[in-house]
Design a protein around this ligand. Sequence first.
Ligand code: MTE
Ligand code: MO
Length: 376
Amino acid sequence: DPYAKDPIRHVALRPANMKPFNAEVSPALLCESFLTPNDLFYVRNHLPVPEVDPATFELEIEVEGTRKTVSFTLEELKKFPKATITATLMCAGNRRTEMTKVKAVKGLSWGPCAIGTATWSGVRLRDLLQKVGVTDDEETLKHVQFEGLDFDVTANQYGASIPLWKAVDKRGDVILAYEMNGVPLPPDHGYPLRVVVPGVAGARNVKWLGKIVVSQQESSSHWQQNDYKGFCPSIDWNNADFSTAPAIQEMPVISAICRPAEGDVVKVENGFINLKGYAWSGGGQKIIRVDVTTDGGKTWQIAKLDDQDAALPPRHWAWTLWSARIPVDPKLKEVEIWCKAVDSCYNTQPESFENIWNFRGVLSNAYHRVKVKLGQ
Ligand code: MTE
Ligand code: MO
């Protein structure tokens, strides 16, 4: 069993799959804290967790055309200035289960909790690339490829890439992290080194990072080429041509109601109910507003933005936790609550899943709707 050495996980992580391990916590637990505790952070593995010895670990960097590969030990990497960012990481398939209700899709059935926020510390990728002679002025090289140290039995290896501009831009904030929330990365999250590409789909944040290739091409990996892409609702497995769609990088604006959860009995206090949730947008955009409704959008209430990082767009990488106290008709036995967020580009979420449905079930960011029963 290639998964026999996988780490022990927290019981609150509810698996969508065991081998490879994929899990998320409950919405109520997720919105408890602005920084997600490491052992409650969603896990998305495509392969077994590799065992990497930090003493012999070396990160290789290859720059195409130079025919030279440079290596850095963990100790050498830690000698670079230490940078810390607060960033939300989200799987491009977060909230996929809701999209499935329109029509079946292929992918893990994620609820709304394939997302989390942490402080990540490590070396700026920009500093490291500068050290090996790759700068902002680069004209021929266009992509930075990342190779993970995780393999399966067929020697299939995890990999992904990002555009070079994001890696070398002063405002890109891409870091090779060796710490998560102030402690060494846990095995499930990439020990000893992972790339954190803030504002960009989880899939590009390669864990157990072993090699970087600065190249004219994107990563040739399955996950860059034939997965994590969006398509027209009329396209399915039978007629999809993956080469026609770009790989997902920056993520669109999304939000979710965490409390109450679907089916909960909610106490009405003096005609009001209390809500809590998260909102986030990719590309360094900040959440400027969250709207909620209990009457199908006839009237909207503005939620309170409780917890938000101070960083300005386009370098605002973390989610916003919000709450609302909204009136409900006391005669009703049941209400459906909706939420939608607006980011600093004034982009907002689509109303329903029908017209954003795609056969991989990614970019699933329609209004979040939660049906609850009212109690006194
Ligand atoms: N990196 C490697 N090496 N192997 C993987 O399977 N999964 C990716 C990404 N990096 C993956 C990886 C995906 S799809 C996501 S959503 C994030 O890691 C999940 O990161 P987490 O498990 O730390 O939450
Ligand atoms: Mo993912």
